[in-house]
Design a protein around this ligand. Structure first.
Ligand SMILES: Nc1nc2c(ncn2[C@@H]2O[C@H](COP(=O)(O)O[C@H]3[C@@H](O)[C@H](n4cnc5c(=O)[nH]c(N)nc54)O[C@@H]3COP(=O)(O)O)[C@@H](O)[C@H]2O)c(=O)[nH]1
Length: 799
């Protein structure tokens, strides 16, 4: 150690030592920076950086050595043998190249240390070759222990320098590695110089191929400094560029890893260039080597694991061919229970980018939306849109000889259920109806809810008329069976209209329209039944539509007038009341019977307005009659659904000044059939005002005696169908006798309608009927003739 210290302090020029140290430090910094560049690159770029690094390191070591030798000052007459000097440079560069190559190529510490040690060995190789180039009149001897120490210093610090550099590419590691490499070179050089023992020998001559130390040192120092500076600038510029690239890479990586889609990039041979984690996770390839691997090999491995079905070679060949031909493909594949949309987009210059999107939830949502657009939310049956489509499809696929039936169904008086029991019960009923319908039809048939209480069925077959008849009969029966919903037992009927293809139409609209016309007929024929479409229904429907328009207009134009028919007391043979019967005084068609417009007015709800008009006029007219004469006004069941009924009666009485006791309201049994509790409440309210209530058309409907118990009617009116057959049918006579007997025992008046002759009147008198009404006395006449009807007992002679 003393030897080395003595050598350094006493045998060296400190200025030149500092210059050598500076060159050494610069060279080391450049070497470490280039080492990092080499590690950051691959292939030929790495080789270029390695070569540059070896040149810079070798030149640095070489220049340091010769500058330090100038500082050592071997004395006058000394020179360097040029070939050996060049050889020392070659050694420095080549050995360093070997060491750096080993250290750059591996990530394992032992290899990196070995590489660094070789670099340190390169320092020693250069030094001792350089010393061998020294020619002077003295013999050089070596202290072997110090020589060994010098070599060890070079190796150990060299290994440490490269190890630290390999740990991380940042400033602190670069500075530490630079310091260690400088230490490796400097410590080796000065230790080795401490091992030198010079013995003067004037016989030793300088060869011709030599160069003076000062010249060599200056030359090497300036050449080395230039090379090192250029390399350092190159390394810094490259680092900067790489840094920018690195930052871009970070941005790209962040974007890739935060994509909701999986992404994988392939080269023209189908080798994976890049992929994100979402890709690996989506295809469950996280535990596989993917980078740089051919997709074909990945698929084969997956197939071997049982994760992939199909022919990998064929699949892969198709992908490569699509990319080569510039075809973008989009497919939806099913992987591990998920639906994945794969888009393969060819890249310029070959290869392709594949994106993978998990669309399982999206598909489910789409399916739900499309289901909702084509199905009824309440019953989950196809809606009008889907029904139309299926009908269209059925017609398209029908073969010669096939028939198709369209059944349009409408629940009878469903609105009453909704109004009286509330919408939740109505909804539950519709659901149950839908369920019963679906259970009735065949597999190929379609049941749909078209809206509200309208349903429809498409039936396919050969003998459709017979099959549709059977199905319609079954549906009427099944739908009419009682329903138990919440605490309510509900009975509801259904009307059905049927059209057949091809005879009733060849397209969905025509068939639906004709089935609808047939449905209208089924309703007009009393509901709870089915009807097939017949030619002419259309014309009737058209006529009905015109009548409806006319009816509305007539109400506005006050075209309705009231006629009165006398009701006579049988015992006294005196008129006791008049029944108010409306007539439509049509400007073109003349007087129209109520039979022609009352049912339509009821269906359209116009009866409410019409009934109020009749009531007002009847009360006003009756108020002008003698006080003992009453007036009877018919009330339709529809009017009982109007919450203003009681108020309109009160108003009519108040406006006319007619005593309530003179007003008689005639209702039929059908009024009591609908929501009887509410109806009874209205009747009681009216009764409380003093108005009398009579039960009209008794015997024609359900004729349940319980109706007579449910409300204390003032009068029972025997329907004219019994009166007209009194003399010809025993049973009619029996019914009249029963009703009059019933009235007597209940203390209620009985009025026989439609009395047309004296024989009928005589029989009724004998049976104890209290009142009679009919053409025998007078047909209904305008109000202006009431006075005349009161004066004359009969307007017509008995037949
Ligand atoms: N809700 C309302 N209904 C009304 C109103 N005006 C009439 N009507 C109902 O229309 C039906 C037909 O009435 P109309 O054509 O007036 O027939 C009545 C009489 O003309 C007829 N009648 C009377 N006597 C005889 C007879 O001897 N022979 C015979 N063939 N027909 C006769 O009977 C009808 C009266 O019936 P009713 O009401 O049952 O007492 C009819 O149902 C009317 O109720 C109205 O304003 N509102």
């Amino acid at each position: 150690m003393y030897q080395v210290f003595y050598c350094l302090t006493d045998q060296h020029d400190w200025g030149l030592v500092a210059l050598g140290g500076a060159v050494c430090l610069l060279a080391s910094a450049a070497a470490i920076s280039l080492f990092h560049r080499a590690r950051a690159t691959q292939g030929s770029a790495r080789l270029v950086w390695l070569a540059l690094d070896a040149i810079v390191s070798g030149c640095g070591i070489w220049a340091t050595h010769f500058i330090a030798m100038l500082a050592y000052g071997p004395g006058a007459g000394a020179a360097y043998n040029i070939p050996v000097t060049i050889l020392s440079l070659i050694f420095a560069i080549s050995v360093t190249f070997v060491g750096l190559s080993i250290a750059v190529s591996s990530t394992r510490t032992p290899w990196i240390l070995l590489g660094g040690a070789i670099v340190g060995g390169g320092v020693a190789a250069m030094h001792y070759t350089g010393m061998a180039a020294l020619e002077m009149p003295a013999r050089i001897g070596w202290v072997s222990g110090t020589v060994t120490a010098s070599i060890l210093f070079g190796i150990v610090f060299g290994a440490a320098a490269i190890h630290v550099a390999a740990l991380r590419d940042d400033l602190s590691h670069a500075l530490s590695a630079t310091g260690l490499l400088t230490l490796a070179i400097v410590s080796h050089h000065f230790t080795a110089m401490g091992a030198v023992e010079l013995t003067p020998d004037p016989t030793l001559a300088i060869s011709g191929l030599s160069i003076a130390p000062a010249t060599l040192s200056l030359l090497t120092a300036s050449a080395a400094a230039a090379i090192i500076a250029i390399a350092l600038v190159a390394a810094i510029l490259d680092r900067r560029a790489k840094g920018q690239l690195g930052r871009q890479q970070v941005v790209l990586d962040t974007a890739l890893e935060n994509m909701s889609q999986g992404l994988c990039m392939f080269d023209r041979d189908g080798k994976i260039l890049l992929f994100n984690e979402r890709y690996a996770a989506m295809l469950r390839r996280t535990d596989m080597q993917l980078s740089g691997r051919r997709l074909l090999d990945v698929l084969r491995e997956e197939q071997a694991r049982g994760h992939w079905q199909g022919d990998p070679d064929q699949f892969f060949a198709q992908l490569v061919a699509d990319a080569r031909d510039g075809r973008t493909t989009t497919t939806i594949v099913s992987r591990f229970g998920r639906s994945i949309r794969v888009v393969n987009q060819p890249m310029e210059g070959g290869g392709w980018v594949a994106t993978f999107e998990d669309i399982t939830e999206w598909l489910a949502a789409q399916e739900k939306i499309s289901h909702m657009a084509r199905h009824d939310a309440l019953t989950n049956l196809p809606n009008r849109v889907l029904f139309h489509e299926q009908l269209e499809q059925g017609l398209r696929l029908a073969r010669p000889g096939d028939q198709l039936a369209v059944l349009c169904l409408d629940l009878d008086h469903f609105k009453d259920i909704n109004d009286s029991l509330g919408h939740p019960i109505g909804d539950a009923l519709l659901k149950e109806v839908g369920r019963r319908l679906a259970a009735c039809v065949g597999e190929k048939d379609t049941v749909a809810r078209l809206g509200g209480d309208e349903f429809a069925v498409v039936q396919l077959g050969k003998e459709e008329e017979a099959a549709a008849t059977a199905l319609a009969g079954r549906l009427v029966e099944v739908i009419s069976a009682p329903y138990q919903i919440a605490d309510h037992q509900i009975i509801i009927g259904v009307s059905i209209g049927i059209s057949l293809s091809p005879q009733d139409g060849s397209n969905p609209d025509e068939l639906l329209k004709n089935a609808d016309l047939a449905l209208y007929r089924a309703k007009a024929d009393g509901r709870g039944t089915y009807r097939f479409f017949e030619t002419g229904m259309d014309a009737r429907a058209q006529a009905r539509r015109l009548l409806e328009m006319d009816l509305r207009a007539a109400l506005g134009r006050n075209e309705f007038e009231v006629h009165y028919q006398p009701i006579r007391d049988v015992a006294s043979d005196r008129v006791v009341a008049f029944e108010a019967l409306s007539r439509w005084n049509h400007p073109q068609r003349g007087l129209i019977s109520p039979v022609a417009f009352i049912p339509l007015a009821e269906e359209t709800g116009l009866i409410v307005q019409l009934g109020e008009q009749v009531l007002r006029n009847a009360c006003a007219d009756a108020a002008t009659w003698p006080e003992e004469i009453g007036v009877a006004v018919n009330l339709s069941p529809v009017q009982f659904k109007n919450p203003n009924l009681v108020a309109s009666v009160t108003e009519a009485l108040a406006a006319s000044g007619l005593a309530a006791e003179r007003l008689e309201l005639e209702i039929t049994e059908s009024v009591l059939l609908q929501n009887s509790e509410a109806t009874l409440a209205i009747l009681h309210e009216l009764r409380a005002q003093g108005v009398r209530i009579s039960l009209d058309d008794f015997g024609t409907g359900y004729s349940s005696l319980s109706y007579l118990r449910s409300f204390p009617f003032d009068k029972i009116k025997i329907d004219r169908s019994f009166v007209s057959e009194l003399s010809t049918r025993e049973d009619s006579m029996a019914i009249v006798r029963a009703v009059t007997g019933l009235g007597r025992s209940l203390g209620i008046a009985t009025t026989a309608e439609g009395v047309e002759n004296d024989a009928q009147l005589e029989l009724l008198r004998r049976e104890g009927c209290t009142q009679a009404q009919g053409y025998l006395f007078s047909a209904p006449r305008p109000a202006s003739e009431v006075v005349m009807m009161l004066a004359k007992p009969r307007l017509r002679a008995s037949a």
